[in-house]
Design a protein around this ligand. Structure first.
Ligand SMILES: *[C@@H]1O[C@H](CO)[C@@H](O)[C@H](O)[C@H]1NC(C)=O
Ligand SMILES: *[C@@H]1O[C@H](CO)[C@@H](O)[C@H](O)[C@H]1NC(C)=O
Length: 337
């Protein structure tokens, strides 16, 4: 009898592009199917960071940070994007995309000082074109690198979440539909939109360990980290102790930290499993205990919002890569390894 795990492997193998960051021969591959969450991370896919500004941990020491911090409530203002659900309308292992895009959306709110309405970068565009993964898993750090290289990503009003692997076509980047009426039939036409505002990534990189992670969150906003989804299954609230955790297979966003009255330190995280999971979609997990957040990923969005103010963006701003085109799914970092 074929086991669930080998069946899942088979399904994965059928979908996996060959010789990409998801080469199954990698013994380090973090893939666990048991909980149905797939955040693949191939150590060979390590990529160069793009660092322009000083790293927050270089100027913010751990003991200078507040005992608690939470981007959901900073002096009575929330800077966080809404909880989403990667699993509807059908199951999709796109945690890597949701965690990366929700954190980027938070950072847009932070960059604008809460003076700009929420903008949600489109997770589906990453699935369609990002060369960083799909519904069978992916890599949040690679997602940020792709947005940087591609020269921006549209928001969800360009591309709704479908929870499906789609081809990278113009219509699957930014789309609109209109109604068509004739005497014989009523229908619709969908078409690619070619002029649309984009969200830009100016810098991207990683941080490792609590001191670096906390300085990064505090100075610039939420980060994406990898976790074993197992201990989060069935979580209904409180500080998760991360007991029985194995290898990482899921990506989440860390948006802050705190300490209980009993002195138990925790991180505040956002999941992408709907508001009916955990603490209305959020969770707290032990910090400095069994949960080692390890290496987390960050991206600094452009803070000028000129696309969203209808201001013409300069060629320089668009300089890196302006056409999404159909892009080979083999990512740069995996071919260069
Ligand atoms: C983090 O950045 C460093 C420095 O650029 C790099 O050497 C390392 O491979 C990166 N780690 C990951 C997991 O991408
Ligand atoms: C709908 O969009 C198509 C493609 O852009 C266009 O050719 C057509 O004229 C539009 N129809 C209406 C009714 O706006």
């Amino acid at each position: 009898m074929i086991s669930i795990v080998s069946l899942a492997f088979l399904i994965f193998a059928l979908h996996a592009p060959s010789s990409t960051a998801f080469d199954m021969s990698s013994s380090e591959m973090s893939v666990v199917y048991r909980y149905g969450e797939l955040a693949l991370r191939d150590p060979a896919s390590y990529r160069n960071e793009i660092v322009i500004s000083p790293r927050p941990y270089s100027y913010l020491l751990a003991d200078e940070l507040p005992a608690s911090w939470d981007w959901r409530n900073v002096d009575g203002l929330s800077y966080t994007t809404p909880i989403q659900n990667q699993h509807i309308p059908v199951y999709c292992g796109s945690c890597w995309s949701f965690s990366a895009m929700s954190s980027l959306g938070d950072r847009l709110n932070i960059a604008s000082n809460g003076q700009h309405p929420d903008i949600m970068p489109a997770p589906q565009v990453l699935i369609n074109c990002g060369s960083a993964g799909d519904c069978n898993g992916g890599d949040s750090g690679a997602a940020y690198a792709w947005i940087y290289e591609a020269g921006g990503i549209p928001d969800t009003s360009c591309q709704a979440y479908e929870a499906q692997n789609r081809a990278c076509t113009a219509e699957n980047i930014c789309r609109n539909c209109n109604a068509t009426f004739s005497r014989l039939r009523k229908g619709q036409t969908c078409f690619a939109v070619t002029e649309y505002p984009k969200i830009y990534v100016e810098e991207h990189g990683n941080v490792t360990g609590d001191a670096q992670i906390m300085a990064e969150i505090f100075a610039r906003g939420p980060v994406v980290c990898y976790i074993d989804a197992g201990p989060l299954e069935g979580y209904t609230g409180g500080v998760n102790m991360y007991e029985g955790a194995g290898r990482t297979n899921h990506a989440i966003a860390l948006v802050g930290w705190g300490e209980t009255e009993d002195g138990l330190k925790y991180y505040v995280g956002r999941n992408s499993w709907g508001t009916y999971w955990g603490e209305n979609g959020w969770f707290r997990i032990v910090r400095g205990g069994l949960f080692d957040a390890g290496t987390c990923f960050w991206a600094v969005p452009s803070s000028d919002f000129s696309d969203y103010r209808g201001v013409e963006h300069s060629e320089e701003r668009m300089g890196r890569r302006t056409d999404f085109g159909s892009r080979d799914r083999v990512s740069k970092w995996s071919t260069e390894k």
